[in-house]
Write a protein that binds this ligand. Structure first.
Ligand code: NAD
Length: 488
């Protein structure tokens, strides 16, 4: 059977490229190619900009409440098609259907709904100055671009396009070349909901297509999700081309601090969620788990038992499976390389540590849920983002010590504290250098809550009111009401 080839989505429909260049997409749970996608060549790139210019002029002129109505139709379609979209997301990413079914599309739809609601609330200001006055308007930026990572493809496309479109911008989105399907489905849904042609275009390809977006003088802002190193390149090119605005959602190596007065079982649940959900491929993961000495042994005993008994690896389309396949063979090898380094550098392997070949998905890129104990701060596994199911557990004695150790990193995406002492919990979290923090919880990210990194984990925020503002620019209009005083 010949496999389908999907085209770029430009001006409300699929558009053929001229170069005929394509790339293959592999299902990480089977290792098999499942479809091909046309690369956005020069012709597609030109058409994407031409179309976005047209789309912008129509969309930005609409009343915000009209945009609300249209975006809410898209939200309804996303929810209606949840199961079908979740399945496609599993085929692209290898993550368990039990996650995709209730998280990926739902949290994407929530964010678009949130910004659809905010669109008509954007107010300007007015202020008298002597007899004159000025007022401000919030205006859309123009054409904005989004570049996505492969771990939450449709959610990332929704989180980026939701505020951009609500504020009246046109958007060109490039998904990761590993997971191109979700964005195409979102584009179809936007069109069906009544979003005018050209307001949401999807261009496909790898770094080169991303570089074209960041270099394009017609694009006013780029919102990027990916690795720190790529983020630096994106920012350089955004500055060099036309001083584009940027939002950067980058990597993390986040600490979870478990004090001796914590509910230990709850803290273990958080540590497992923050290391094994989406087989560890989550930017905010708490991959450095600091446990106070007096509860350390009890913590690792229960953690080992639960990890060995409660994790089900296998075909991610099976609703009982709760640990899926890593995104690619290359990434599986990278994660296994980190595990080898952990052993070499003297960490104790508590459980896991190997590639896996579950009976229901023998050719998938699986890695066992892996826990290292006796870790020290200078080990590679404790310092570098692994982006796989690998947890490092460290022991600490007192509060000041753990704060200093938790902050000793160039990254600052997220952090968590478990303690029943409310004063301590707040005191510690206020001193941790991270943008997304949890107390007695981990990983929750509602549309209303701004998320983004400190230090090299990012610039700007997604979600929350401030992100809508970041897709607008303020125009001040001074109005003279009296005779102009002039020396000329
Ligand atoms: P990546 O940096 O390799 O790629 C991200 C995207 O950038 C892809 O679409 C890729 O094609 C594109 N790209 C690559 N080179 C480019 C260039 N020079 N110019 C423009 N675009 C380019 O990241 P990845 O491997 O896809 O994703 C994993 C990383 O993403 C991890 O570091 C993870 O922490 C991070 N991440 C962060 C968040 C967050 O919200 N902070 C969320 C998810 C993932």
């Amino acid at each position: 059977m010949s496999l389908p080839t999907y085209q770029n989505f430009i001006h409300g429909k699929p558009m053929a490229n001229k170069s005929k260049e394509t790339f293959a997409v592999t299902n990480p749970a089977t290792g098999e190619v499942i479809y091909h996608v046309e690369v956005a060549d020069e012709f597609i790139q030109q058409e994407a900009i031409k179309s976005a210019k047209e789309g912008f002029s129509v969309w930005s002129a609409m009343m915000p409440i009209e945009r609300t109505r249209i975006l809410n139709k898209a939200v309804a379609l996303l929810r209606e098609r949840n199961d079908e979209l979740a399945k496609l997301e599993v085929l692209d990413t290898g993550k368990p259907i039990q996650e995709a079914d209730c998280v990926d599309i739902e949290t994407g739809a929530d964010v678009i709904e949130y910004y659809a609601g905010l669109a008509p609330t954007q107010l300007g200001t007015q202020q008298p100055v002597g007899g004159d006055f000025f007022y401000t308007r919030k205006e859309a930026l123009g054409i904005c671009a989004g570049i996505g990572a492969w771990n939450y493809p449709i959610q990332i496309a929704c989180w980026k396009s939701g505020p951009a479109l609500a504020a009246g911008n046109a958007f060109i989105f490039k998904p990761s070349e590993e997971t191109p399907m979700g964005a195409l489905k979102l584009a179809e849904i936007f069109t069906e909901a009544g979003v005018p042609d050209g307001v949401f275009n999807v261009v496909q390809g790898a770094a080169q297509v991303g570089q074209w977006l960041t270099n394009s003088p017609d694009i006013e802002k780029v919102s990027f999700t990916g690795e720190v190193g790529t983020g630096k390149k994106v920012m350089q090119s955004a500055a060099a081309s036309n001083l584009k605005d940027v939002t950067m959602e980058l990597g993390g190596k986040s600490p979870l601090v478990v004090f001796e007065d914590a509910d230990i079982s709850q803290a273990i649940s958080a540590a497992m969620l923050g290391n094994f959900y989406t087989q560890g491929e989550i930017c905010t993961n708490c991959t450095r788990v600091y446990v106070q000495r007096s509860v350390y042994q009890a913590f690792i005993d229960e953690l080992k038992t639960r990890t060995e008994n409660n994790i089900v690896m296998g075909d991610p389309l099976d609703p009982n499976v709760n640990l899926g396949a890593l995104i690619s063979k290359k990434h599986q090898e990278l994660v296994l390389g980190y595990i080898a380094k952990g052993k070499e550098e003297g960490a104790t392997l508590l459980t896991g540590g190997n590639a896996a070949s579950p009976a229901s998905a023998p050719n998938g890129y699986f890695v066992e849920p892996t826990i290292f104990t006796d870790c020290t701060d200078d080990m590679t596994i404790v310092k570098e983002e692994i982006f796989g199911p690998v947890m490092s557990v460290l022991v600490f004695d007192d509060e000041d010590e753990v704060i200093a150790r938790a902050n000793d990193t160039e990254l600052g995406l997220a952090a968590g504290v478990f303690s029943k002492d409310i004063q301590r919990a707040h005191r510690v979290i206020h001193q941790l250098q991270a943008g997304i923090c949890w107390i007695n919880a981990y990983g929750n990210s509602p549309a209303e809550m701004p998320v983004g990194g400190y230090k090299q984990s990012g610039i700007g925020r997604e979600n929350g009111v401030e992100t809508l503002n970041s897709y607008t620019q303020t125009k001040s209009v001074y109005v003279g009401m009296s005779q102009i005083e002039s020396p000329f």
